[in-house]
Design a binder for this molecule. Structure first.
Ligand code: HEM
Length: 123
């Protein structure tokens, strides 16, 4: 785990300072039980231990994703704006930059599916 001070200010002491804690994926992977459950979603780490019993979709689906990247499953369900808002209260930090991989489902991923990029590549 590493904590880095990030600042929105112009360096003159103005603006809100925030500190981000970075977690390695191997650290997240250890939190995979009912006792402690963390998830990664879109590069962010969430400690959802206290949410387990409250999840409207049940605890089983969360346990299946425990300690792993649940971005795709979360999006597949088509969670509401309320659900996305709820996420904030469980946020504990970001995935360490060295462990970040390109988001699956990104527009860049499938150039064949994107006519503009497809034609560019052919020329
Ligand atoms: C901390 C992360 C999550 C939060 C805050 C959350 C929140 C919610 C909420 C509020 C609902 C009610 C429906 C809605 O408002 O969209 C819901 C339903 C559901 N969630 Fe999640 N969820 C989370 C993660 C997940 C994950 C990782 C899965 C993985 C499969 C999942 C699967 C489901 C399912 C299957 C339903 C039921 C959908 C239905 O009955 O139509 N959720 N969740």
């Amino acid at each position: 785990m590493a904590t880095v001070e990030a600042s929105d200010s112009d360096g003159k002491g103005q603006g809100a300072e925030t500190s981000v804690t970075y977690y390695r994926l191997e650290e997240v992977a250890k939190r995979n039980s009912m006792k402690e459950i963390w998830l990664v979603m879109h590069g962010r780490v969430y400690d959802i231990t206290r949410f387990l019993n409250e999840h409207p979709g049940g605890e089983e689906v969360l346990l299946e994703q425990a300690g792993a990247d649940a971005s795709e499953s979360f999006e597949d369900v088509g969670h509401s704006a309320d659900a996305r808002e709820m996420l904030k209260q469980y946020y504990i930090g970001d995935v360490h930059p060295n462990d970040l991989k390109p988001e699956s489902g990104s527009k860049q991923k499938c150039w064949l599916c994107n006519p503009k990029v497809f034609w560019k590549k052919r020329i």
